[in-house]
Write a protein that binds this ligand. Structure first.
Ligand code: ZN
Ligand code: ZN
Length: 291
């Protein structure tokens, strides 16, 4: 009974929250619905004003597919899965495991900006690591192929990914929060919005490298090579796995940026076999790939 209640409450809570966000009934800085739209329009505007690949259409290939993916992964799937996550939370709590169980770093009393910075860095590292696994574990790569099926790059490609990725990223993200004693800093929304904006930029048709900061911050030139069709020698699984930070790739020698024309072929060998539409991609990746 407890679990059924948790499922229904988790689900309805998320539906209500999303609806209130659409209706502007939540504090503006927690409004991810309109926040995502505003960030998207800003980055798209910059793409139109300062295009890197000038011949690329404003409505590039699969623009609308990716626009739909943004709302699907951020809101529709989040609603669908919210009940399941709530049940897991209650289930783990019944076993005495809560988000406070690990608590390796005690934040309390630290300056707010430092808390946010550490939260951002830890979360980014666990996501970088998960991303490496998506490339190295064959079963995970099948799902991650959806993100790598982008043939023409633009900001909205950021959120074209298989719904299973939400699930694969979750355990390590939760572990990251547990290390911090289950503590999301009060202003964590700054971190979340920054991550959305950086992710949009990484996929945007804008030549941006952040100057010397490129060794810390991921950027469109570096991430375009992450989507390269042909993998260079020495990087059989891929390179430039960074999410918001490029730091990890430089630390672990998985960085690779030979040039910056922006005109490389994107995708992966065999991408023509991946379903082209949303529904085909939705159920893709569960069957064992044929040799
Ligand atoms: Zn990837
Ligand atoms: Zn990408």
């Amino acid at each position: 009974m407890e679990y059924i209640d948790a499922f229904i409450n988790g689900f309805l809570g998320m539906v209500r929250w999303t609806w209130k966000s659409i209706m502007f009934e939540v504090p503006w800085y927690t409004n991810y619905f309109w926040g995502l739209i505003v960030i998207s329009l800003l980055v798209w505007g910059l793409e139109i004003l300062f295009p890197w690949r000038k011949e690329q259409s404003i409505f590039r290939k699969d623009f609308w597919l990716d626009a739909f993916y943004m709302f699907f992964n951020f809101f529709i799937f989040a609603i669908i899965i919210s009940g399941v996550y709530k049940v897991l939370e209650v289930l783990f709590a019944d076993f005495g495991i809560t988000s406070k169980s690990l608590s390796l770093i005690d934040f309390t009393g630290w300056p707010q900006w430092l808390q946010l910075l550490i939260f951002f860095i830890i979360l980014d590292f666990v996501q970088w690591f998960t991303h490496v696994l998506l490339h190295r574990v064959p079963a995970f790569w099948e799902f991650h192929k959806v993100h790598h099926s982008v043939k023409e790059m633009g900001f909205a490609a950021h959120l074209r990914f298989h719904w299973m990725e939400n699930i694969l990223y979750k355990p390590l993200k939760t572990l990251g929060v547990m290390i911090l004693g289950g503590f999301e800093p009060e202003q964590a929304y700054i971190v979340h919005f920054a991550a959305i904006a950086i992710g949009h930029f990484n996929h945007a048709n804008i030549k941006l490298t952040w100057g010397p900061l490129k060794y810390i911050l991921n950027n469109p030139v570096m991430h375009l090579y992450h989507h390269a069709y042909n993998l260079p020698e020495g990087h059989p699984y891929g390179m430039n796995y960074g999410i918001s930070l490029s730091l990890w790739d430089y630390m672990f020698r998985t960085n690779y940026i030979p040039e910056s024309s922006g005109k490389i072929e994107l995708g992966f060998p065999g991408d023509e076999k991946l379903p082209k539409g949303f529904w085909g991609q939705l159920v893709y990746g569960f069957k064992k790939p044929k040799k």
